[in-house]
Design a protein around this ligand. Structure first.
Ligand code: NAD
Length: 368
């Protein structure tokens, strides 16, 4: 590993600028931004100008030809994550990819195989794991046993924070709505805190309640209602091998007073914890015990911590901090939610392939 880490950026859009370069990569010692690619060449050129990046591309394959690049950071629309990640691995690069790593388990398996063949690391950008509350709760759970966690409640629900970008609301680009956009954050967090139990059965229901025809005002501005082909609400019930259950809710739009509720609550026989508030509840000798887990201090912004963790893993030859197999467990559940809605019944995991089920996959458009 050369002293200086050379980085290529793919997808010069909102999150790359707002988080991966704020300060993100700029906070990594001995790191050099070598190239930026966006299929909108003007966006790449603007980012190159603002961050003094010498090479500009409109095709990621050209960027991947630069031999000296050690790492690529991908923040394109979701459906391009897997193909670009696999090509980057084959070109010998380590890959940091925004969430969701991909929208199907099959494509994540292909990423895992490509990473193993190339001997390179892949990390999914699950930045919520690097928030001060999540870090503190994970550390707390290393020391405190909740007993058998029999249930969990995962929320990623917003009042009127509907994305306006076509890359989010057009399922051909996003692979799904709030499930893939924000559900993936809260579900990853919950499963990570639970050490990734094995899901066995899933019932899911997708809806479009507001996004196409309601006059709920968008907190982030207007969106093209004609273009919405994803769900705007999802609820799901998940069974794990251990006998535990989980309730998942994710939405972009609904009547609620809070602007957003991103949370995970784990209920164990010995105690419960809640993210992000850090509530811990238990009982000892018939006395109720309540406490609050104090958020970790001294951390940089979550995306910056995420990038620093990835770079440390590369430099020190350690495993990926958010490896693809963990993302596969998250997507396995979300994929099953869509499949359950499509079939209008509970589905078993692992999912039957289309041939096994003798059914062709439907479009993830959300049920009316
Ligand atoms: N972790 C987070 O907090 C967070 C927040 C927002 C978005 N995201 C994720 O980041 C990704 C990008 O989201 P965004 O909000 O920045 O979107 P965006 O639309 O602002 O930016 C995406 C950029 O990718 C470019 N692009 C599209 N196809 C490309 C291709 N094949 N090759 C190169 N460039 C291509 C677009 O021109 C655009 O500039 C999504 O996967 C999204 O889920 C993560």
């Amino acid at each position: 590993m050369p002293q200086k880490l050379k980085v290529g950026l793919i997808g010069a859009g909102g999150i790359m600028r707002a988080a991966h370069l704020n300060p993100g990569w700029l906070a990594v010692p001995d790191c050099e931004l070598v190239a930026v690619c966006d299929n909108n060449r003007e966006a790449a050129a603007k980012m190159a100008e603002d961050f003094k990046i010498p090479n500009i591309f409109a095709d990621h394959r050209e960027l991947l030809k630069i031999e000296e690049i050690d790492v690529v950071d991908i923040a394109t629309p979701n459906v391009f994550h897997a193909p670009i990640t696999i090509e980057a691995l084959r070109a010998g690069k380590h890959v940091l990819c925004e969430k969701p790593l991909s929208t199907t388990t099959a494509s994540i398996r292909a990423i895992e195989e490509a990473a193993a063949a190339a001997g390179r690391l892949v990390m999914t950008g699950q930045n919520q794991r690097y928030t001060p509350s999540a870090v503190a709760i994970k550390n707390f759970l290393h020391e405190r046993d909740l007993g058998h966690v029999y249930h969990s409640r995962i929320h990623a629900v917003r009042r009127n924070l509907m994305p306006s970008s076509p890359s989010m609301i057009d399922s051909a680009l996003s692979g799904g709505g709030p499930c893939m956009d924000i559900g993936v954050h809260a579900l990853d967090l919950g499963l990570w805190l639970m050490n990734f139990p094995r899901p066995v059965r899933v019932t899911g229901r997708l809806m479009v309640n507001f996004a196409r025809d309601h006059d709920l005002p968008g907190g982030w501005g207007e969106w093209d209602r004609e273009r919405v082909t994803t769900e705007d609400f999802v609820s799901a019930f998940i069974h794990f091998e251990s006998g535990a259950t989980m309730v998942l809710e994710a939405c972009w739009l609904q009547h609620q007073q809070e602007s957003q509720d991103f949370s995970a609550r784990l209920f164990g026989r010995k105690g419960s914890v809640e993210w992000p508030g850090g509530e811990y509840a238990s009982a000892v000798n018939r006395v109720l015990v309540d406490s609050r887990i104090v958020p970790a201090t001294g951390l940089q912004k979550p995306h910056t911590e995420e990038i620093l963790a990835f770079v440390a893993a590369i430099r020190e030859g350690r495993p990926s901090p958010v490896p693809p197999d963990e993302s596969r467990r998250v997507i396995e559940i979300l994929e099953a939610v869509y499949e359950s809605d499509r079939l209008n019944r509970e589905v078993k995991l692992p999912l039957a392939t289309a041939e096994e089920a003798d059914e062709t996959p439907g479009i993830r458009a959300g049920s009316p």
